[in-house]
Write a protein that binds this ligand. Structure first.
Ligand code: NAD
Length: 518
C-alpha cells in the first residue's frame, strides 16, 4: 500500500490522499526512537511533565481544528469529538501531570527477616513502545497511552488506523509544536502490514487496541520476540435493568450508551437485559426516545448520531440484521440503512429467539441494541456473563446494595451502576477487560505501571556492617541444625512457635560462635 485516500464517511468527499510509510523505513524509525528515548528517559520527570502541560496548552488552542480533523475522517458529530475525545485528553494530561511523580516515587519494601538490608523499587522507562490504534476514538485512545508513555520517559512509535491517519499525524505535530525532542513520538502511516513490520522492529512493549482477530495475530508475532503486549479488544456489553430501576433514567442512559459515536464503541451498550415486569414500559419509553435522535452528516447539520465510519462494519451490520430477520425478530426501531448506505438508523431489536442470534451474541460495533429479559438477579448475572467478552457491564437499580451485589458477580473489567460507558474518560480509574476483551490496564496507577520496568535494588541498610550470609558455603552440620530449627517459627500453633524460640537461639549462638561469618 503506497498511499491512503481519506474520504469523509458521512458524505464521501475526498479529504486527502497521503503517502504510507514504507517497510524499508521502519528500521530507521525504530533507531531514531531508541536514540531519542535515551535522552528523554534521563530528562528529569519535572521537565517531562512541564512539556506535557505545554502540550495541553497547545491542544486547548487547537481544539476546534483537532475536532474538525476527527469529524472529517470519522464521521462523528463535532460535539462528540470535543467532549468525548479532546476534553478527556486534557483531563488525562492534568491528572498524570500530578500523579506520575506520586505513583512512581521509589518504594521502600518493609522487610520481614532481613532487617539489616533494605529493598527499594525504582520505576524506569521501558524504552520504545509501539501503540497501535483503531479508528473509533482516534484521538482519545492513542493519546491516553501516548501521554502515559511520554510521562514515564519512553519514546513512542504510533500507528494510527488506516481509516483515521490524519488525526494521527496531527498528534505527532502537536508534540513537535510543543517543543518535545525530535522523534520522541513518530506516527507511522499504513495498514495491518505496516503494523506487523513495526512489531518485527522489536519495540519494548506493544499497546494494542482493536479487534480480537487482530489481537490474536499481534500476540503471535510478539511471541516470536517475547515482546510484552497489552490488549484492549472488543466487547458485547450488557446493561441490566432491575425491576426497581428509574426507567426514565435507564432509558436515557441506554440511548447515549448505545448510540453515541454511532454505537462504534468497544464498551457501548449492545445488549439490554431488562426485568420482565418492567420490560414493556422500558421498551415503550426507549423507543420514544430513540425516535427523537437526529442522524446525518455532521458537517452539514447539527446531529446526534453520525455516520458508519468504515465499510467493514457495514458488512457486519448487514449480516447480523439478515440473521435477525431470518429468525423473525422484531425491529422496534431502525434496522434500515440510508439510501447512500452511509448511515444505519438507531436500531432496537427484540424477540423470543434473540439470545441465539448473532445480533445478541457477536460484537456489532454499531448503532444496534438487542434486548432480552430476565426474572431473577441470578438469571441476569448468568445471561450477562454468557459472552465471550468481558469489557464493561452496567446495572440500573434504586437499591445500590443490590446493584453492587450483581456488579461483583459480573465477569467484566468495569461495572457502572446507574451509568454507562464513560469511565474511559476518567483517568484516575483503570480501564481494561477480561476474557476475549483482552488484558492489561490503562489509565490510573495500574496503567502507569504498565509503562515502566520495576527495578528492585537490595542493599545493606548501613554501610560498614558486613557479614557473610548464614546460608553461604561451607555447608556444615551446625548450619543445617540452625536452619532446621527455624521451621519451628512457622508452625500454626502459637505455643509451639514460642516453645521453638530457645532452641533456635541456642542453635544460632553455637553456629556463629564456632563458625564466625564476619
Ligand atoms: P482492527 O483490529 O481491524 O485494527 C486495529 C489496528 O490494528 C489498526 O491500526 C490496524 O491497521 C492494525 N492492524 C491490523 N492488522 C494488524 C497486524 N497484523 N499487525 C499489527 N497491526 C495490525 O480494529 P478496528 O476495526 O480498527 O477497531 C475496532 C475494534 O477495536 C472493535 O473490535 C472494538 O471493540 C475494538 N476497540 C477496543 C477498545 C478497548 O478499549 N477495549 C477501544 C476501541 C476499540
Amino acid at each position: 500500500m503506497e498511499t491512503l485516500t481519506i474520504r469523509n464517511p458521512a458524505n464521501g468527499d475526498l479529504v486527502k490522499t497521503i503517502p504510507c510509510s514504507s517497510s524499508q523505513s521502519i528500521p530507521q524509525v525504530m533507531e531514531r526512537a531508541r536514540k531519542s528515548q535515551k535522552i528523554w528517559g534521563e530528562t528529569p520527570l519535572e521537565i517531562r511533565i512541564q512539556k506535557l502541560l505545554d502540550l495541553r496548552e497547545r491542544m486547548i488552542q487547537d481544539r476546534h481544528d483537532l475536532a474538525k480533523t476527527i469529524v472529517h475522517e470519522n464521521g462523528k458529530p463535532e460535539f462528540e469529538a470535543l467532549t468525548n475525545e479532546i476534553f478527556p485528553t486534557v483531563e488525562l494530561i492534568s491528572y498524570f501531570a500530578t500523579q506520575t511523580k506520586k505513583t512512581l516515587r521509589p518504594f521502600s519494601i518493609p522487610m520481614r527477616l532481613m532487617q539489616h538490608r533494605k529493598s527499594t523499587l525504582h520505576y524506569q522507562p521501558l524504552g520504545t513502545v509501539l501503540i497501535i490504534s483503531p479508528w473509533n476514538y482516534p484521538f482519545l485512545l492513542p493519546m491516553g497511552e501516548i501521554v502515559m508513555a511520554i510521562a514515564t520517559g519512553n519514546s513512542v512509535v504510533f500507528k494510527p488506523s488506516e481509516i483515521t491517519p490524519l488525526i494521527g499525524l496531527r498528534i505527532e505535530k502537536l508534540f513537535q509544536d510543543s517543543g518535545f525532542p525530535e522523534h520522541i513520538i513518530q506516527t507511522v502511516i499504513g495498514d495491518g502490514k505496516t503494523g506487523a513490520d513495526l512489531i518485527a522492529g522489536k519495540p519494548d512493549k506493544i499497546f494494542f487496541t482493536g479487534s480480537v482477530p487482530t489481537g490474536r495475530k499481534i500476540l503471535k508475532s510478539a511471541a516470536e520476540h517475547l515482546i510484552p503486549v497489552n490488549l484492549e479488544l472488543g466487547g458485547k456489553d450488557a446493561m441490566i435493568v432491575c425491576d426497581d430501576a428509574d426507567i426514565d433514567h435507564a432509558t436515557s442512559a441506554a440511548l447515549w450508551g448505545g448510540f453515541s459515536n454511532s454505537g462504534q464503541i468497544c464498551a457501548s451498550v449492545e445488549r439490554i437485559l431488562v426485568h420482565e415486569s418492567v420490560r414493556d414500559e422500558f421498551v415503550r419509553e426507549f423507543k420514544r426516545k430513540i425516535e427523537t435522535l437526529r442522524q446525518g452528516d455532521p458537517t452539514r447539520s447539527s446531529v446526534d448520531v453520525g455516520a458508519i465510519t468504515m465499510e467493514k462494519q457495514r458488512l457486519v451490520y448487514e449480516s447480523q440484521i439478515q440473521d435477525a430477520e431470518r429468525r423473525g425478530l422484531k425491529f422496534e426501531t431502525g434496522g434500515k440503512f440510508s439510501s447512500d448506505r452511509r448511515f444505519l438508523e438507531p436500531t432496537l431489536v427484540v424477540g423470543n429467539d434473540i439470545e441465539n442470534s448473532t445480533i445478541y451474541q457477536e460484537e456489532t460495533f454499531g448503532p444496534v441494541i438487542a434486548l432480552s429479559t430476565f426474572s431473577t438477579d441470578a438469571e441476569a448475572i448468568q445471561k450477562s456473563n454468557h459472552s465471550a467478552y468481558g469489557l464493561l457491564g452496567s446495572v440500573f437499580s434504586r437499591d445500590l446494595k443490590r446493584a453492587e451485589k450483581i456488579a461483583l458477580a459480573l465477569e467484566v473489567g468495569t461495572v457502572t451502576i446507574n451509568e454507562v460507558v464513560y469511565t474511559a474518560g476518567l483517568p484516575e480509574t483503570p480501564w481494561g477487560g477480561r476474557k476475549e476483551s483482552g488484558y492489561g490496564k490503562k489509565h490510573s496507577a495500574h496503567g502507569l505501571f504498565e509503562f515502566v520496568h520495576t527495578k528492585h535494588i537490595h542493599e545493606p541498610r548501613w554501610s560498614g556492617l558486613q557479614f557473610k550470609s548464614l546460608w553461604w558455603y561451607p555447608y556444615t552440620p551446625l548450619q543445617a541444625r540452625f536452619f532446621d530449627s527455624l521451621f519451628g517459627l512457622y508452625q500454626r500453633d502459637y505455643l509451639a512457635k514460642l516453645a521453638s524460640l530457645p532452641t533456635i537461639l541456642r542453635n544460632l549462638i553455637t553456629f556463629i560462635s564456632k563458625e564466625p561469618r564476619i
